[in-house]
Design a protein around this ligand. Structure first.
Ligand SMILES: [Zn+2]
Length: 454
């Protein structure tokens, strides 16, 4: 009985003119998402872009500083290939120089670049860098640096300090000999550890593992009291992001054996590092220092895609013991960005898009943003990864290009979502504010620290 009634209704619908069928469709159905954009995409894009341009930015990840400042990073530009968009031949850097400095030339020939270098020859101070942020629409920028120089305004630039060197206290010959990239990087980590020892008034490694951990704590607390608001790992440059869970006694025994000489085997070194890494992230919870981790396959020709794959962190990120540590996956796990977003299901895990919007052009970056926003829009943050790549491509140009690219890409991604009836324009603007400002501002705010400790 029911079946024949259904058949009759169906036949009736088939005979009815299309217009009548559409009128009879419930209103809500028309508001459902659809797989093709509406004809008004361009109008929506322009309207959104205009509003997005006015959002003050919180930059989750950058390395501000002059190109000859040795403390701008614990690492350095890796030797090796440079992706197309980051080459000095990219005309967008000319646009950046024109927009920021009124650069009067149409190339970076040696004769012309002198003009650009002259702009910073007398090491301008706080006003110069504040003005760069103002020109780019950035309210606050995190500064991933060895230390904070006098020329950065502490009200606008907040310090993120490096902690990888605590994982390299022994003879590092096996790392250094592995490939030309490590030969550049490892001595910089050793230098960083010597710097921390000096900071703690130590002239050599502490005698016992217990005292070594106390030394680590001392530096973390000291750096926090000096304005540090997060700790940063660049460990993906050196080894797998998979950290096993060895007992403290195993790490202590390795420290006792090699703390003052001898060459640990790769397996012994890994066990030691696995313990110290986990120790550091526990301190991140105790001291309310979010843990920022480099998760992108970029940095020298020998960078291991497999080892640095962000999914290797899954056992850490989904471990309930670390729920009170806040993790930020820098560079969104690129090129595993589609997978990385699912890790942010955990309430304490976030990711940022730093570096991706510099590597990829807006048409491709918009696709990544769109997918992230369609899954966990409140866990995604903007970061520029501005860095003094060379004398010509300074952190200044990096800020400018990162912001400009991200604004266009975000407007593009959101306009598609609005045109496809996935979200309203109001919801789109809320997402834009979260991405460019609100999520990061909340994550690093001192009041949140109070919330978490309750
Ligand atoms: Zn960076």
């Amino acid at each position: 009985m029911k079946r024949s009634l259904l058949r009759r209704v169906w036949r009736c619908w088939l005979r009815a003119p299309l217009g009548i069928v559409l009128i009879l469709l419930p209103q809500r159905l028309c508001a459902q998402a659809r797989p093709f954009p509406g004809t008004n995409f361009e109008t929506i894009y322009q309207a959104l872009l205009q509003k997005i341009d006015g959002i003050p930015i919180f930059d989750d990840h950058a390395h501000p500083g002059f190109s000859d400042d040795p403390n701008v990073d614990a690492m350095t530009s890796p030797p090796g290939s440079s992706p197309l968009r980051l080459r000095e031949t990219n005309p967008e850097f000319l646009q950046a120089a024109r927009a920021l400095f009124h650069y009067p030339y149409s190339d970076f020939s040696p004769a012309h670049e002198v003009w650009l270098l002259r702009q910073t020859a007398d090491r301008p101070g706080i006003g110069y860098w504040d003005h760069i942020l103002d020109q780019c629409g950035i309210e606050t920028s995190l500064a991933n640096r060895v230390d904070m120089p006098g020329y950065l305004d502490p009200k606008r630039f907040r310090w993120v300090f490096f902690v990888d060197s605590f994982l390299f206290p022994f003879n590092n010959k096996n790392f250094i000999n592995r490939n030309p990239d490590e030969a550049v990087y490892i001595p910089l980590q050793e230098k960083m550890l010597r710097r921390y020892l000096r900071q703690a008034a130590l002239d050599r490694l502490p005698d016992t593992f217990r005292n070594y951990l106390a030394f680590i704590n001392h530096i973390l607390e000291q750096n926090k009291s000096r304005g540090g608001i997060a700790m940063k790992f660049e460990i993906a440059y050196f080894r797998s992001l998979n950290f096993s869970d060895p007992p403290r006694a195993a790490a202590a025994a390795i420290y006792a054996r090699y703390g003052h000489g001898g060459l640990p085997s790769p397996a012994e070194y890994k066990t030691f590092q696995d313990y110290v890494f986990r120790y550091l992230i526990r301190q991140g919870s105790r001291l309310h220092l979010p843990v920022n981790i480099h998760t992108a396959a970029v940095g020298g020709d020998y960078f291991s895609l497999q080892k640095s794959n962000v999914l290797n962190l899954e056992n850490i990120l989904r471990d309930p013991r670390y729920l009170h540590t806040t993790f930020v996956l820098l560079h969104g796990g690129y090129p595993y960005d589609r997978k990385a977003i699912w890790l942010t299901a955990m309430r304490n895990v976030y990711l940022d898009s730093s570096e991706i919007e510099l590597l990829l052009y807006p048409s491709e970056f918009a696709r990544i943003l769109k997918q992230w926003l369609e899954i966990y829009p409140d866990k995604v943050m903007f970061g520029s990864d501005a860095y003094p790549y060379s004398k010509i491509i300074g952190a200044e140009e990096g800020y400018w290009l990162g912001v400009r690219s991200a604004r266009q890409s975000l407007a593009w991604a959101l306009a598609e979502m609005v045109a496809d009836h996935e979200i309203t324009e109001v919801a789109a603007l809320k997402m834009a504010h979260s991405y460019f400002h609100d999520t990061a501002a909340r994550l690093y705010s001192p009041t949140r620290e109070g919330e978490r400790s309750r």
